[in-house]
Design a binder for this molecule. Structure first.
Ligand SMILES: [Ca+2]
Ligand SMILES: [Ca+2]
Length: 415
């Protein structure tokens, strides 16, 4: 069902592309040799095997060479990045760093093909981003830009179904209203291909809670960082909630529920000075694995706030081994092990969500921060339309997902 839907959507989205491919003036991929008809000379076939910008460099950038080569980015700057899995082994990486003269941004994308047949530069392949000054900035493969001081892009056809495209960009500090304050960034890639890109589906690729309309990642001199400070508590976020920290928190010690088979789910949570700490243990019979899209993998979702105003957070497995999470989660680890004796999977997680990512006003003293939680691990139900999600129940049998049952406080979970 899912595959059929993807196929139909892909067909629908490709039709207009195919239709305008020959009419845009620069997108014709005709196989006929150049011909002369009635004195009109038709352009040669456009060769997109190697495309490089010609207009973007003004030599304002002082801290890096804007040349489409990212060897002048440090290991730390490259480690603190957006790393987005895309189906068919494709991938989008985004780097950004704040320097004394401005902000440097780079996209490093493995994809299939360039979109270059539209007259609209924002329909064609482009890298768009915003800071928290609200200005929309982009560079398009058409060699046009907005809100960007310097840029160079290079796009090359590689072996097989692969293309490697790099955009290296610089925005001078004079063009950023709040440069001296805290600068957040949001990033989107526009691709020809309509794909599962792990946090979504379509031709605009971005993280779940970070796009050119949602500047949520800190741009620092160390690269892109999630909001909030690293945890200060005596806890190792390694997925194993065995520290005394977890058993020592007060309130309701664990919330249990049963699943449609005979699995179980146990959750604990507490407010500390810097944010919300959550741990869970789930026992399940199946272990979902569909590496292209988060909600078809074993995952844990959290809501914090009230039913009409809450923050939403996700930790989801990739390839059954790597825990990916939304930007709003500062630190999380989730591990799944198979217990042969019991013939069950056990998934464990530890999660830290800073108050910066919660509803405004949330603090250690909050007494009205309700928690909603759900877990999915069953391949059959997670891939079904309207899949049943697995929500912990309160002692009175009510679902916590509606966020009117359990509060998380500095004394642990409270009814
Ligand atoms: Ca460079
Ligand atoms: Ca631990």
């Amino acid at each position: 069902m899912k595959k059929l839907l993807v196929f139909l959507l892909a067909i629908c989205c490709l039709l207009p592309v195919a239709a305008c491919g020959g009419g845009g003036g620069d997108g014709g991929n005709t196989t006929d040799p150049p011909a002369q008809t009635g004195g009109v000379e038709w352009p040669d076939e456009t060769d997109y095997s190697y495309v490089k910008s010609e207009k973007g460099t003004t030599n304002h950038a002082q801290n890096k060479t804007i040349d489409g080569n990212l060897s002048d980015w440090t290991e730390e700057e490259k480690a603190n990045c957006i790393d987005l899995p895309v189906e068919d082994g494709h991938n989008m990486k985004v780097y950004a760093v704040k320097k004394d003269d401005g902000i440097y941004v780079a996209y490093d994308v493995e994809h299939l093909a360039l979109m270059k047949s539209s007259r609209d530069p924002l329909i064609n392949t482009n890298a768009s981003f915003s800071f928290n000054d609200g200005v929309k900035r982009y560079v398009s493969i058409d060699d046009v830009s907005s809100g960007v001081t310097d840029y160079v892009f290079v796009s090359e056809k590689k072996e097989g179904e692969n293309r490697h495209t790099v955009f290296e960009m610089f925005v001078a500090k004079e063009e950023i209203a709040n440069f001296d304050g805290t600068v957040y960034g949001g990033f989107t890639w526009k691709d020809l291909e309509v794909k599962d890109y792990y946090w979504g589906f379509g031709g605009y690729w971005s993280l779940y809670d970070n796009s050119d309309d949602d500047a949520s990642l800190l741009i620092t001199d160390k690269g892109l960082l999630r909001p909030g400070n690293a945890h200060a508590e005596n806890i190792v976020i390694d997925g194993d909630p065995s520290e005394d920290f977890w058993s020592d928190i007060g309130g309701i010690q664990s919330v249990e529920t049963s699943y449609n088979y005979d699995g179980s789910f146990d959750m604990r949570a507490v407010l500390k000075e810097d944010g919300v700490y959550i741990a869970f243990t789930a026992e399940h019979n199946e272990n979902a694995d569909y590496p292209r899209y988060w909600c078809y993998n074993t995952n844990f979702e959290i809501k914090l706030g009230k039913a009409n105003s809450y923050s939403h957070h996700i930790v989801s497995m990739y390839d059954q081994t790597i825990a990916l999470s939304t930007v709003s989660i500062k630190e999380a680890e989730m591990i799944t092990v198979y217990d042969e004796e019991a013939d069950k999977y056990i998934t464990l997680a530890e999660i830290f969500i800073p108050y910066e990512s919660c509803v405004s006003g949330a603090s250690m003293d909050s007494d009205d921060l309700f928690i909603g939680a759900s877990f999915r691990a069953d391949a059959a139900s997670s891939q079904a339309v309207g899949a049943m999600i697995w929500t912990p129940l309160s002692y009175n049998g009510q679902s916590t997902w509606e966020m009117n049952v359990l509060r998380v406080t500095k004394d642990g979970l409270q009814a």
